[in-house]
Design a protein around this ligand. Structure first.
Ligand code: UD1
Ligand code: MG
Length: 387
C-alpha cells in the first residue's frame, strides 16, 4: 500500500517536536514525567496504527464492502480504484485502547475521566461507523451527534458538575461578580459545541488529506496551548492538572492521526470515513472542555465556522444540496475548479484560481494554521486584560 504522506508527517512531527521540546523544557517534575510517559504511549499508538491500517484494508473492502471512489480523480486510472473507507475505526480503537491503558496504569482515581472523555468518544466512533456502513442522511447524522453530546453532558453532570465561568475583567463592574454560575446554559453551550465540532469537521472535507490534516493542525495547537498554560500556572495545581489531562488525550489523538495522514495524504490510499471525522471532532471538544479552553478552541475552529456559514443555505435547503459538494476535476490538466457549492474548498478555488488537489489541501491547512496562530495572538493580546 502506498504511503504518500511520509514527508508531510515527518515535517509536521519534526516541527511539533522542536516546539514541544522547547516548551516542555520550562515545565518540571512530576507533570513533565506524566506528559513524557504519555508521549511514549502515543508513539506506540502511532506505530500500531501505522501497521494496522494496511492489515485492516482488505477486510474493509471485501468483507464489509466499505470502499469509495476518489471523486477528484474521475477520468484518470486512479478514479477507478476501490479505496477502503472508514479507516477512522482503526484510529479510534487504538486511541481508546492506549488512553485507557495509560489512565489505568498511571492515573490514580481517574474514573470520572473515563466517563467524561472515553464514553462520549466511544459512542461517537460507534455512530460514525454506523453512518459509514449505512450512509445515513445528514439530518440523521445530526441526531447521532446530539446523542453522543448527551452522553458527554450526563457524564459531566455526574462527575465534574461545575458550571462556573470566570467573568471577563472588563465586565466585572457591570455584572458585579468575578465568577458566574451559568447552570443549564453551560450545558446547552457544551452540547452545541459538541454537535458543531463533530459535524463541522465532517463537512469541511472531500479533498485528500483535509479531514485528518485539519485535525492534526487543531490538535497540535491545543497541545501547544496546554503546555504553555501549564508553564504559566505553576501555582494552581487544579488548573495545571486540567491541562495535563487534556494533554493525555490530545497526544494519542495527534499520534494516531499522523499515522492515518500518511496513508490519507494525496494521492489517498485510504479514506477516513465519518468514523474518523466524528471521533476527531468529539475528542477535540472533550479535550477543550476538560482544560477549560473552549474559547480558544472556537478560534482554532474559525475555518470550520466559516465553512459552516457558507454551507448554511444548502444545509437548511434554501438552495439544493447535492450529495457531494466538491470542485470540478479536469482529468486533462489534473486541476480543480471551484463550483458554486457553498464550501470553503470551492471559495478558495474561486478566489485563488484553479489548482491541484494537493496544493489546495496545503492552502486549506495553511489557513487552518493561520486561524490557530490568530487564536494564540488573541489569547496573548487579551490575557491579563480580559481574564
Ligand atoms: C461530506 C460533505 C460532502 C462531501 C463529503 C466528502 C456536506 C453536507 N457534506 O459528506 O459535500 O463531498 O463530505 O467527504 O458538506 N471523497 C473523495 N476524496 C476525499 C474524501 C472523500 O472523493 O478526499 C469521497 C469518496 O467517494 C468517499 C466519500 O467522499 O467515499 C465519503 O464521503 P462521506 O464522508 O460519506 O460524505 P459526507 O460526510 O456525508
Ligand atoms: Mg464524511
Amino acid at each position: 500500500m502506498r504511503v504518500a504522506g511520509t514527508n508531510i508527517v515527518f515535517l509536521s512531527a519534526g516541527f511539533l517536536f522542536s516546539l514541544y521540546a522547547y516548551l516542555l523544557h520550562q515545565i518540571d517534575g512530576e507533570v513533565k514525567r506524566s506528559i513524557l510517559i504519555n508521549a511514549g504511549f502515543s508513539f506506540v499508538a502511532f506505530l500500531i496504527t501505522f501497521v494496522m491500517i494496511p492489515v485492516v484494508c482488505p477486510y474493509l473492502i471485501h468483507r464489509w464492502r466499505l470502499f469509495g471512489f476518489d471523486i477528484n480523480k474521475f477520468g484518470t486510472p486512479r478514479g477507478n480504484i476501490r479505496i477502503p473507507e472508514a479507516l477512522g475505526i482503526v484510529v479510534g480503537i487504538v486511541f481508546l485502547a492506549v488512553v485507557w491503558l495509560f489512565q489505568h496504569l498511571y492515573i490514580a482515581n481517574s474514573t470520572w475521566l473515563y466517563w467524561v472523555a472515553l464514553i462520549p468518544i466511544c459512542l461517537m466512533i460507534l455512530l460514525g461507523f454506523v453512518d459509514d456502513v449505512w450512509e445515513v442522511r445528514w439530518r440523521v447524522k445530526l441526531v447521532f451527534s446530539f446523542m453522543a453530546a448527551f452522553a458527554l453532558l450526563l457524564a459531566y453532570y455526574t462527575y465534574v458538575g461545575h458550571t462556573t465561568i470566570i467573568v471577563p475583567k472588563p465586565l466585572v463592574p457591570h455584572v458585579g461578580l468575578e465568577f458566574l454560575d451559568l447552570g443549564w446554559v453551560y450545558y446547552l453551550y457544551m452540547c452545541l459545541l459538541a454537535v458543531f465540532c463533530t459535524n463541522s469537521i465532517n463537512i469541511h472535507a472531500g479533498i485528500n488529506g483535509l479531514e485528518v490534516g485539519q485535525t492534526v493542525v487543531i490538535a497540535s495547537a491545543i497541545l501547544i496551548h496546554n503546555i504553555m498554560r501549564i508553564g504559566a500556572s505553576t501555582g494552581n495545581v487544579e488548573y495545571q492538572y486540567a491541562h495535563v489531562f487534556s494533554i493525555h488525550l490530545v497526544q494519542p489523538l495527534l499520534a494516531t492521526s499522523l499515522a492515518l495522514l500518511s496513508y490519507n495524504w494525496y494521492p489517498s490510499s485510504v479514506f477516513v470515513g465519518d468514523t474518523y471525522t466524528y471521533f476527531a471532532g468529539m475528542t477535540l471538544v472533550v479535550v477543550g472542555i476538560i482544560s477549560h479552553s473552549s474559547e480558544i478552541l472556537i478560534c482554532f475552529f474559525a475555518p470550520q465556522i466559516i465553512n459552516f456559514i457558507m454551507s448554511l443555505r444548502q444545509l437548511v435547503g434554501i438552495i439544493p444540496c447535492p450529495r457531494h459538494r466538491l470542485p470540478k476535476f479536469d482529468p486533462q490538466t489534473g486541476l480543480l475548479t471551484g463550483t458554486e457549492d457553498g464550501t470553503l474548498v470551492n471559495f478558495c478555488l474561486r478566489r485563488f484560481g484553479r489548482m491541484s488537489e494537493q496544493s489546495l489541501c496545503i492552502v486549506l491547512l495553511s489557513l487552518q494554521a493561520i486561524a490557530c496562530g490568530f487564536g494564540f495572538f488573541l489569547w496573548w493580546l487579551l490575557a491579563g486584560w480580559y481574564k
